[in-house]
Write a protein that binds this ligand. Structure first.
Ligand code: AMP
Length: 420
């Protein structure tokens, strides 16, 4: 193993590609910030108990994929595998739900960790932007979140994605369905692990990707036939609001998702250019999660969109984001005196808000101009001894090659004018 190698299942974001990741995070957060969601940041690790109780003891995320560890002080912690449980924990800790201003709407952006088998689009360290609306049961809130995710993807130029929608019922109707499903599943030819899953979390069996299992699932009872009136009405309203907003979706009665806390509305955004790791984002309603982690009744809904897969989706659709060059002006000094004077001008320009860089390290003219071009700058400021003696620097348009002397004490104004 080479010393310079990131751990398995991880990769580094480096320039220039890292700019795309920043732009994706930004694009996903814009519709949220514009809709009353406030920014929240929580620690990268939590007490392992939070995820065991919140995400679910029977989920792959908790049993197989969590980076759980004990500290030297004996604390049992885990790197966060997802955002919802942490955000809800933080909101409860800060009593945000007691301000009389429900729902509490929060958005976040950060790193998440799952010990998964790495492949394209599936990493052990990945990045999500998420949103949670805590403490309100209102179909318009479920619709809002789906509409905002749709808006975010559209703003990036993405088109080849689909929204899968389902309802998982609530504490009235789900247990009845669960029992019916268990009856059906117990009669199938399944391996030991799956048989155990029938008893702990039978809905997850529907999610099994193996063909031999899927074949046997034909004819399984479907949750939509068991939804109670309240859940049916709720779901119908979410569907109507999405349709009215012009957001197309597909009903997917088999969509269950890998986390235990979902109730009623569940949805996933899938992209058709991504192969097997096609889910770019997902979420849903989690009316029981607060109680599961020891809080009050707080019906809530949220989603998390994967930044890594969104970037892959952009690549799959051949979309290059229009990211402005980081540097507008590049200063090239020729000689010691010019270096001192130009560095002063660079500082002045930066303080005036002009993105400026400098040829460090005593580069020769040819090398310095190469760096100037590589930086993406539109203008170069070039000065040698003779220029300084005349009180000027040369302002060079890097696209046309055209060069004009400008007065040293008018550099900021002249540069601003040239940049338009
Ligand atoms: P989940 O909570 O598992 O539905 O994850 C939400 C989103 O995060 C997914 O739709 C993916 O875009 C992204 N995601 C989840 N796990 C990974 C992973 N191991 N690698 C990359 N992206 C992931």
């Amino acid at each position: 193993m080479s010393t310079f190698q990131a751990p398995k299942g991880t990769y580094d974001l480096i320039p220039p590609n890292s700019a795309t990741y920043l732009a994706v995070r930004e694009a996903i957060s814009v519709p949220l910030r514009n809709s009353g969601y406030g920014y929240i940041e929580t620690p990268g690790f939590e007490n392992v108990e939070l995820f065991a109780r919140g995400v679910g003891e029977s989920t792959d995320i908790v049993t197989k994929e969590m980076y759980a560890f004990e500290t030297k002080g004996g604390d049992k912690l885990a790197l966060r595998p997802e955002g919802t449980a942490s955000v809800l924990r933080a909101a409860l800790e800060a009593n945000l739900h007691k301000g009389g201003n429900l729902p509490v709407k929060l958005w976040y952006s950060g790193s998440y960790y799952r010990y998964e088998r790495p492949q394209k689009g599936r990493y052990r360290h990945f990045s999500q932007v998420g949103a949670e609306a805590i403490g309100a049961e209102d179909p318009a809130l479920d619709a809002e979140l789906i509409i905002l995710a749709h808006q975010a993807y559209r703003s990036l130029g993405l088109r080849d994605f689909r929204i899968l929608l389902n309802s998982l019922g609530d504490k009235e109707c789900r247990p009845v369905y669960r029992a019916a499903l268990q009856d059906f599943l117990r009669g199938l030819q399944l391996d030991e692990d799956t048989r155990r899953r029938i008893e702990i979390n039978p809905l997850r069996v529907l999610d099994d990707k193996r063909e031999a299992v899927q074949e046997q699932l034909i004819g399984a009872p479907m949750l939509r036939d068991y939804l109670c009136e309240a859940c049916k009405t709720y779901h119908e309203q979410v569907r109507e609001l999405l349709t009215a907003a012009g957001v197309a979706f597909e009903d997917d009665p088999k969509l269950v998702r890998g986390l235990d806390y979902y109730t009623r509305t569940t949805f996933e955004f899938v992209h058709d250019g991504l192969g097997s790791q096609s889910a770019v984002g997902g979420g849903g309603r989690y009316d029981g999660l607060s109680e599961m982690i020891g809080g009050p009744v707080l019906p809530s809904v949220g989603w998390a969109l994967g930044v890594d897969r969104t970037v892959l989706a952009l690549e799959a659709e051949g979309i290059t984001l229009d990211i402005p060059a980081a540097t507008a002006v590049y200063a090239v000094p020729l000689g010691e005196e010019a270096r001192r004077v130009l560095f002063g001008k660079v500082t002045e320009l930066r303080r005036a808000g002009v993105a400026t860089d400098f040829a460090y390290g005593g580069k020769g003219l040819k090398n310095a101009m190469k760096s100037a071009n590589r930086s993406g700058a539109r203008l170069a400021l070039v000065a040698g001894e003779r220029d300084l003696a005349e009180g000027v620097v040369q302002l060079k348009d890097l696209a046309s090659g055209e060069q004009t002397p400008i007065a040293l004490d008018a550099v900021v104004d002249e540069v601003r004018r040239a940049l338009g």
